[in-house]
Design a protein around this ligand. Structure first.
Ligand SMILES: C[S@@+](CC[C@H](N)C(=O)[O-])C[C@H]1O[C@@H](n2cnc3c(N)ncnc32)[C@H](O)[C@@H]1O
Length: 227
């Protein structure tokens, strides 16, 4: 499919898929959206729950590793909080290194040279094995289709960042959310930018408690589902 790099309203770039008229991120701001949906309502929400426990740590599953923006933002948070994070990104169609080199996330998010190189390392490190990017943060990239996920009781947080249901409706239905529910630990949290009624009902049908939250700029609502 024909793709091109575009600049979103907060100055951060994203990938536009011309045949689908779909982006990897919101055109209102890629970084802004990722921080709001995944970092604030997913990561920070769960961190506030565990921060005062003894030996806190987190395991995160990303549905659609894509450009690695969510992984980079989560890495930067792990450095601030000194909480070990095991991050697993599932992706069937990895983004090419040429495209990655055109994305400006590392430059916008950090002035620290070492942190900037982490973004590149995320894309050059091996698949299917943990890459230790710092003392606190490991990244495991898994090349597979979402429908084949069989993780069991393993994750505290899921960043559910599939393309929208307009273009991939099958990713927002009961069979996928059953797999997400099983992948989470008890009280685990799934967050997504979508607030679509049919997706919310599918989540409820598999057992999630679902709440609507205010969305990022340009989007009225988003969903958070708790196991
Ligand atoms: C909205 S984009 C990902 C955004 C990503 N989180 C980021 O920040 O760049 C959705 C991703 O899901 C991947 N994808 C689409 N269908 C898939 C499938 N059936 N199984 C696995 N990955 C899939 C796409 O290649 C794409 O990278």
């Amino acid at each position: 499919m024909k793709r091109k790099i575009i600049t979103t309203k907060d100055g951060s770039k994203t990938i536009h898929i011309e045949d689908w008229n779909e982006q990897y991120h919101s055109t209102h701001g890629a970084i802004q959206e990722a921080k709001h949906v995944f970092l604030k309502h997913g990561l920070a929400f769960k961190l506030s729950e565990i921060e005062n426990t003894s030996n806190p740590s987190l395991s995160i599953l990303e549905i659609g590793f894509g450009t690695g923006l969510n992984a980079l933002l989560t890495f930067l948070e792990s450095q601030k909080h000194h909480i070990p994070i095991a991050y697993t990104g599932v992706e069937a169609y990895p983004v090419s290194l040429d495209e990655i080199s055109e994305l400006n996330y590392a430059e916008l998010l950090s002035t620290n040279q070492e942190e900037q190189t982490i973004f590149k390392q995320m894309h050059t490190c091996v698949w299917e094995k943990p890459c230790f990017l710092s003392k606190e943060f490991s990244l495991t990239k898994v090349k597979m289709f979402f429908k084949d996920i069989t993780f069991n009781n393993q994750f505290d947080v899921i960043y559910f960042d599939a393309f929208g249901s307009r273009v991939q409706p099958e990713l927002w239905e009961v069979p996928i959310f059953k797999r997400m529910y099983k992948a989470l630990k008890n009280k685990g949290v799934l967050v997504t930018y979508s607030a679509k009624g049919s997706a919310r009902r599918a989540m409820q049908e598999v057992g999630f408690q679902v709440e609507k939250l205010p969305g990022p700029p340009g989007k009225r609502e988003m969903l958070r589902a708790i196991k």
